[in-house]
Design a protein around this ligand. Structure first.
Ligand code: HDD
Length: 661
């Protein structure tokens, strides 16, 4: 399939190089006759300093690594296009959101937060969801997460929070985990984190796939339309495949069996042509309604309940191209919440205000200087001109005498552009106050929305939250911290705190007053908003020489519905003219959404392997299908999500998990 190249792809084309079939040269273009041996004084003698080829090759290698991102180091990215469903000019003058069917190239990087670059994908963590829109008015970056709130309210606490969640500084343990003393010590002593911790302990922190998670801008921004009318705005990405999660035991096993699970899933889906899709939505609050809510709309630990402030869907993003080079594109991509376009501005959210400093600052150390906007992946597709010059790695050759403003020699160019002609001007908000290091009283309610989240969960979601807390706090060695955590979450739910205390061996908490709210927000529950679909779900089919004659029929039924099928057996090779993709040694049930058993395994050893595979899938509440001749599955035949025809299997698979068995 020949894909249409969008403007960004055309621009990148100029930088793409294929080395295949070419002569080997030095970086100066000198063809080299030999690349196996360094230049020596005698074939057993020392290497000579004049060996420029060895020196260049080794020096370049020695300098290959750059600092990883201080947070969100582990990630994976793809190219795509965003297209509007409708014209949003009534709320913003941002051109990429104006007009129906307006298309804008995008680059999206998904990430975990705490782990280093080589850590596993399926750890319990928030996921980053950063989108760069290459608009005709400049790059716009929407740098969000898959959870709509954050741990802290003021950016000055970010270094403290990150120090607490990262591996502990004395022994650098544990990697990519919040289940340790310093994280929970921070939580217990910084209670503004309560709401985010509830999300972090929920299934949201272990997504099934980057393709099946939401994205949120988290901070409150401003939209301004061409008449100057402003709305406060929160951004949402909604995946068309629905929101799905792993179960915790499964996530931990995958971290060993396939640490690249999410990266691989994204890559393979795009290679297959199953392009991930997300709708972009916004919640809007008119400026005049700023104080009409029970929470402060500038507080990043609060969400705006979707039932109160509905999400207006503006368009759809489709990711349809993998990167050509991970380092050049994914690793060098530099996002910044301050990359905005006319029609989008900031609020006084103190978390956002601090972010506005940090992102460019961090690129300076990570990418080695101020010219990172010239790296192909970061380069705008519209022209850019100013009087900034020089610095490490400068690519642009700015011709002419003038590099200052104002001037006569270049007719006072490059010239500022009036607002009416598309120039950016900050929203003229009136600000008046004392210079203080303080936080508004309206930021001091830390438990109401944590409780709202808890009350909005279904029973199984609540159980998963209790289990996650019990795991995490159970890993905390310091008993005082455990106690503090239990007492803190007693302010959210007595049931949660009591169960937690019981599980981690503490006396039950005193009954304390919980926020007096009955309100729920069904929109935050994954289970209540389930999209039942089998599309692109992965199924293991267990086969052998004895497989049922209808293997072809099963395969056709499943693949027709766009299910990804892999055949698994005791050995690789061909069975019934089908190639076996995996064996019990190379695959495990945790890598699949469901298992279909087409065969009894005669050998007892093989049967044990098959039974382990099936049992593990069963324990993770997955769908299991079998053909009638597999007698040992009769024992679980009447359980939920265990079926014996391709049709019923697919219906059950669409449900994702079967919690009650
Ligand atoms: Fe941040 C990276 C998301 C708070 C400072 N952040 C980073 C990335 C994402 C987020 C998705 C990875 C971008 C990429 O893929 O390259 N960060 C968030 C969200 C936040 C948030 C949703 C809460 C609303 N971040 C936050 C604060 C600060 C930072 C409060 C500091 C004041 N974030 C950074 C950073 C990073 C970063 C240190 C590291 C790498 C980078 O910027 O490019 O500047």
């Amino acid at each position: 399939m020949v894909k249409e190249m969008n403007n960004k792809q055309q621009q990148l084309e100029a930088f793409r190089v294929s080395d295949e079939g070419q002569a080997l040269t030095t970086n100066q273009g000198l063809k080299m006759a030999e690349d196996e041996h360094s230049l020596k004084a005698g074939d057993r003698g020392p290497t000579l300093l004049e060996d420029f080829h060895f020196r260049e090759k080794m020096t370049h290698f020695d300098h290959e690594r750059i600092p990883e991102r201080v947070v969100h180091a582990r990630g994976s990215a793809a190219h795509g296009t965003f297209e509007t469903y409708e014209c949003a000019s009534d709320i913003t003058k941002a051109q990429f959101l104006n007009g129906k069917g307006t298309k804008t190239p995008v680059f999206v990087r998904f990430s975990t937060v705490a782990g280093s670059r080589g850590s596993a994908d399926t750890v319990r963590d928030a996921r980053g969801f950063a989108t760069k829109f290459y608009t005709q008015e400049g790059n716009y970056d929407l740098v969000g997460n898959n959870i709509p709130v954050f741990f802290i309210q003021d950016a000055i606490k970010f270094p403290d929070f990150i120090h607490a969640v990262k591996p502990e500084p004395n022994n650098e343990i544990p990697q990519a985990q919040s289940a340790h003393d310093t994280f929970w010590d921070f939580i217990a002593n910084n209670q503004e984190s309560a709401h985010m911790v509830m999300w972090h302990m929920s299934d949201r922190s272990i997504p099934r796939s980057y393709r099946m998670m939401e994205g949120f801008g988290v901070n409150t921004y401003r939209f301004i339309n061409k008449d100057g009318k402003a709305h406060f705005v929160k951004f949402h990405w909604k995946p068309l495949l629905g929101i799905k999660s792993l179960v915790w035991d499964e996530a931990q096993i995958i971290a060993g069996k396939d640490p690249d699970f999410h990266r691989r899933d994204l890559w393979e889906a795009i290679e297959r042509g199953d392009y991930p899709e997300y709708e972009l939505g916004v919640q809007l609050i008119p400026e005049e309604d700023e104080f009409n809510f029970s929470f402060d709309i500038l507080d990043a630990t609060k969400l705006w309940p979707e039932e109160e402030v509905p999400v207006r869907i503006l368009g759809k993003m489709t990711l349809n191209k993998n990167v050509d080079n991970f380092f050049a594109e994914t690793e060098q991509a530099a996002f910044h919440v301050g990359h905005v376009v006319p029609g989008i501005d900031f609020s006084n959210d103190p978390l956002l205000q601090g972010r506005l400093f940090s992102y460019t600052d961090t690129q300076l150390i990570r990418l080695g200087g101020p010219n990172f906007h010239e790296i192909p992946i970061n380069k705008p597709i519209c022209p850019f001109h100013n009087n900034q010059r020089d610095g490490y790695g400068r690519q642009t050759i700015n011709v002419g005498q003038v590099s200052y403003h104002k001037n006569s020699l270049a007719n006072n160019t490059p010239r500022p552009v009036p607002v009416e002609e598309g120039g950016y001007a900050h929203y003229e908000e009136k600000v008046d106050g004392h210079k203080v290091r303080a936080r508004s009283d309206s930021f001091k309610d830390h438990f109401s929305q944590a409780r709202l989240f808890w009350l909005s969960m279904t029973d199984i979601e609540k159980k998963h939250i209790i289990d996650a807390f019990s795991f995490e706090v159970g890993k905390v060695k310091n008993k005082t911290i455990r106690r503090q955590v239990v007492d803190m979450f007693a302010h959210v739910s007595h049931t949660l705190a009591t169960n937690l205390a019981d599980n981690v061996g503490l006396a039950l908490p005193q009954k304390v007053e919980v926020p007096n709210i009955q309100q729920t927000s069904p929109a935050v529950s994954q289970e209540l908003n389930s999209v039942d679909s089998v599309k692109t779900r992965k199924v293991a089919i267990l086969v052998s020489e004895n497989s049922a004659h209808n293997l072809d029929e099963i395969l056709t039924s499943l693949t027709k519905e766009h299910i990804i099928v892999e055949l698994i057996s005791t050995k690789q090779g061909m069975y019934q003219h089908h190639e076996i993709n995996q064996t019990f040694a190379t695959a495990t049930s945790v890598l699949y959404d469901g298992v279909y058993v087409t065969t009894p395994f005669a050998d007892a050893n093989d049967q044990n392997k098959a039974l382990h595979f099936i049992q593990e899938a069963f324990d993770h509440s997955k769908t299991i299908g079998y053909t009638e001749n597999v007698s040992y599955l009769q024992a679980i035949a009447n359980k939920n999500g265990v079926t014996n025809s391709p049709e019923s299997f697919m219906q059950a698979l669409a449900k994702h998990r079967h919690w009650v068995r």
